[in-house]
Ligand binder design. Structure first.
Ligand code: ATP
Ligand code: LTN
Length: 328
């Protein structure tokens, strides 16, 4: 069975962008692949996190994975920090990478822009991500569009290691949705929807109450004109809302366009809010059940044990090939 690995940072409340860009594919792929899905807490601390918030958000992301439909009997769900092999291979991958290639990463450039002192962890972030993926020899990595560049670096690092040390690391492929790979911010369609945006009106959190969702959608900015037409370059704002609609209602954007022919933005946005509420309600109900059930930690323990079995074998293989004296 081919392998899949992906992760989401517990750096805030998960948004519809995370759901549409990544989690919906996690759920789909678990049917046909051996899957590892983790909460990347070691990545989240590349920007300062308040300890109580980090703990709460990490548990919330784990519960949301399950609420979205990830089945712990089919996929391994775990905290990155519970598998210490990630940090160790992360260091090895840092030594295999060059400053120049890390300096080119747009996520690094965006997140460090305007900062007086740039945390070193932000800079080496992609080498830890490469370790996350290579340690499972993942074939596929379901992510949103913004992670494409990190995946390319991961592929380069895998090939470099294979050439230099004769390791047999799998060179992974990204798995990116055709529409919805980049859900944009509700207040500015030139920026991606992001859970760490300080303005909560810019995103829909998966746990937003129905009335909050309705309010955020009614206030979302829209392009001039009134035609509900999918055209991301000419009409980026309405096209973004149409992509959200299509994913929540399980339709094609072309069908959404047809359904709203001759109708204005007002009617469309009203219906969109209801489609989003309907899509999130069952997920929210399951989320609350899971948080109350007390089963989360057992599931994470099992997931980490499954993950460690694979991760420790790969790490041993890499260290052996590199010339480390292995403990006998
Ligand atoms: P942060 O703002 O803290 O960087 P984020 O919201 O970008 O967080 P991540 O944890 O970095 O979320 O991403 C988790 C997954 O969700 C990744 O696969 C990422 O590509 C995807 N993703 C994040 N935002 C979007 C978006 N707006 N549209 C589609 N996919 C997204
Ligand atoms: N860098 C990703 C999160 C992430 C990830 C991974 C995704 C960390 N490790 C491994 C896929 C595979 C992000 O910022 N969205």
């Amino acid at each position: 069975m081919k392998r899949v690995l992906s992760g989401i940072q517990p750096s805030g409340q998960l948004t519809l962008g995370n759901y549409i860009g990544a989690m919906q594919n996690f759920v789909k792929l678990q049917e046909t692949h051996q899957c590892f899905f983790m909460i990347v807490d070691l990545h989240a601390i590349t920007l300062p996190q308040e300890p109580a918030a980090l703990r709460e958000q990490s548990e919330a992301v784990a519960a949301l994975f399950l609420a979205a439909g990830i089945d712990p009997a089919q996929a391994s769900v775990f905290m990155q920090s519970h598998v210490p092999e990630h940090a160790e291979l992360g260091w090895i991958m840092t030594t295999a990478s060059y400053m120049g290639e890390l300096e080119r990463m747009t996520q690094y450039k965006d997140k460090s822009a305007g900062k007086e002192s740039i945390p070193a962890g932000l800079f080496v972030y992609p080498t830890l991500m490469a370790a996350d993926i290579l340690i499972y020899n993942a074939d596929l990595v379901p992510v949103g569009d913004d992670q494409k560049q990190h995946l390319e670096l991961t592929r380069d690092l895998a090939q470099r290691m294979n050439q230099r040390y004769d390791t047999e690391l799998q060179v992974p492929d990204p798995y990116i949705p055709q529409t919805g790979a980049r859900i944009m911010s509700l207040d500015d369609a030139s920026k991606k929807m992001s859970k760490s945006n300080p303005n909560p009106a810019s995103y829909i959190a998966l746990l937003d109450e129905p009335d909050v969702i309705r309010k955020k959608i009614s206030r979302a900015t829209t392009d001039s004109g009134r035609e509900v037409r999918y055209d991301p370059s000419e009409k980026p704002e309405i096209s973004n809302l149409m992509a959200i609609y299509a994913h929540c209602a399980n339709m094609q954007v072309s069908d959404v366009e047809r359904a709203y022919e001759g109708q204005g933005y007002g009617a469309f946005k009203k219906d969109l809010a209801e489609r989003v509420v309907e899509a999130l309600e069952p997920l929210q109900a399951r989320y609350h059940d899971i948080r109350q059930s007390g089963e989360l930690h057992g599931i994470l323990r099992k997931g980490a044990a499954e993950a460690r079995e694979v991760a420790s074998t790969t790490l041993r293989h890499i260290k052996d090939k590199m010339g480390f004296v292995l403990p006998q």
